[in-house]
Ligand binder design. Structure first.
Ligand code: ZN
Ligand code: ZN
Length: 473
């Protein structure tokens, strides 16, 4: 067997790397230039070069002759042919586990009572007990060099007591991170489009219609009042919130139907601003009042005792609420429908639940480009989204469904993917799931969406929103 003598100053050159387990480097002998008289010969089995070097230096300085091998099998062979006074065994070694080496040594009469020290980072009762039952000492890595020497001295009969390793090396302070409630975050309360849905096949994504809340410090900005608004209202009551802003993209039913069940609006003193686009044909308040007409609901708008203010958005964005700056742009959807973009502290998120991008287009998404005639009418929205960190945008129809739903105001998966690419978006959350789409279907749609993005050469992180999902901005 080849041996290699290394001078003390000879660096192994590859700290933390694993030494070769066979050939020329299979066995290394470290020798001091002026070795003190040996107190005994120690065979060290350790495959991490930097640890082997430390053990070797420390024990050589303490007066021992040290031989290092880098795997369990070589250790066993060497221990049986050239019996040392003590063997130090790592546990997780190539070729043969350290405890297996120890077991085999105990089976052989020549090494049956060989002094042994197991030195491992595996501080488990199982390993410790087995090492002890095989008559070996146990030292946990990382260790203090003094403790190593003390343990070796004790095993070799040079000392009667050992230093406890427990308090060395110094342990860092315990790390317990806490969620920071002040960090802006988005929570989804309703991720269905068109109609609420219920049933076992829909539980993962949830069945409430459009509603998203953005918390920015003490401010709560709500986007759309679909059926998810009811549960958000309950949470607001539990948190004793006294104020909120509600931004409406448009007044289709799935975006306002939660409002009659929004408990905070019934609480005197609760301040709510309901904001939407002018040009809906009717006054925003009128539309909400209509939904609460006696024919549809037992309680009327006047019975909501909170101080609710309906207002049209200013003619020019942005609107500033606390630390948030809100801007908007029209989407391609029946009625004047809006996309909102919220910017907070250098980060931005866009809420675009309803948008039929490139209406009627059923061709490959890769063929679309900014100057394509069917894309040109959408350029304002594309420009609006460019640079947004997170875009929440629908992809309601599969490519199979879309040809029969052209003009319904919603995008096919492939057309939505094309928009995400054209706007250069890197993080896309898909919402406004079709009420007919089960969890299983949506799971496959998500895979397909990722595949389409990959096929058109756009790298973006894409996930499906689900009711209750929270996303830090
Ligand atoms: Zn909708
Ligand atoms: Zn709509």
């Amino acid at each position: 067997m080849t041996r290699l003598a290394l001078a003390e100053k000879n660096s192994l050159g590859v700290e933390q790397s694993r030494l070769p387990t066979s050939g020329l480097f299979a066995m290394l002998t470290y020798r001091m230039t002026q070795p003190p008289p040996p107190r005994g010969r120690i065979l060290v089995a350790e495959d991490v070069a930097s640890i082997a070097l430390v053990i070797s230096r420390v024990l050589t300085s303490a007066g021992y002759e040290v031989e290092v091998v880098t795997d369990g099998q070589t250790c066993l062979e060497e221990a049986l042919t050239n019996i040392p006074d003590l063997v130090i065994l790592d546990i997780m070694m190539p070729r043969l586990h350290g405890l297996a080496v120890l077991r085999r040594l105990r089976e052989d009469p020549r090494t049956h009572s060989l002094k042994a020290l197991v030195c491992s980072a595996k501080d488990f009762r199982t390993e410790r007990d087995e090492a002890m039952s095989l008559g070996a000492g146990f030292l946990v890595k990382p260790f203090n060099p003094e403790v190593l020497v003390a343990q070796v001295d004790a095993l070799m009969g040079y000392a009667t007591s050992t230093i406890e390793n427990a308090d060395t090396p110094e342990k860092p302070a315990v790390y317990h991170p806490k969620l920071d409630p002040r960090r802006p975050q988005v929570q989804f309360w309703g991720t269905r489009g068109s109609s609420p849905t219920i049933g076992g096949a829909y539980v993962r994504h949830g069945g409430n219609t459009s509603c998203m809340a953005l918390t920015v410090g003490d401010d709560l900005l709500i986007f759309d009042a679909g059926s998810g608004l009811r549960e958000l209202g309950s949470q607001m009551m539990a948190e004793s919130r006294r104020k909120a802003h509600l931004f409406i993209t448009h007044t289709h039913w799935d975006h306002i139907q939660g409002y009659p069940f929004f408990t905070p609006a019934y609480v005197p003193g609760f301040e709510l601003s309901v904001l939407g686009c002018a040009g809906l044909g009717r006054d925003l308040e009128d539309i909400f009042r209509g939904q609460l007409a006696r024919d549809y609901f037992p309680v009327q708008l006047e019975d909501m005792l909170g101080s609710v203010r309906f207002a049209h958005l200013p003619s020019e964005p942005p609107l500033v609420v606390g630390d948030a700056s809100i801007s908007w742009e029209y989407t391609h959807h029946p009625l004047p429908a809006l996309a909102y973009k919220i910017e907070v502290g250098g980060r931005s998120v866009a809420w675009v639940p309803d948008n039929e991008f490139v209406q009627g287009y059923t061709g490959p998404p890769g063929a679309l480009h900014r100057d394509h005639p069917i894309v040109v009418p959408h350029q304002k929205l594309i420009d609006f989204l460019v640079g947004t960190d997170i875009v929440i945008h629908e992809a309601q129809y599969s490519t199979e469904e879309y040809p029969n739903r052209i003009g319904w105001g919603h995008s096919s998966v492939s057309n939505a993917a094309a928009l995400i690419k054209l706007a250069g978006i890197r993080h896309w959350i898909v919402t406004h799931h079709d009420p007919a789409h089960t969890d299983e279907f949506l799971e496959r749609q998500l895979l397909l969406t990722r595949q389409v993005l990959e096929d058109i050469g756009h790298s973006a992180h894409v996930t499906h929103a689900y009711d209750g999902m929270i996303q830090l901005l």
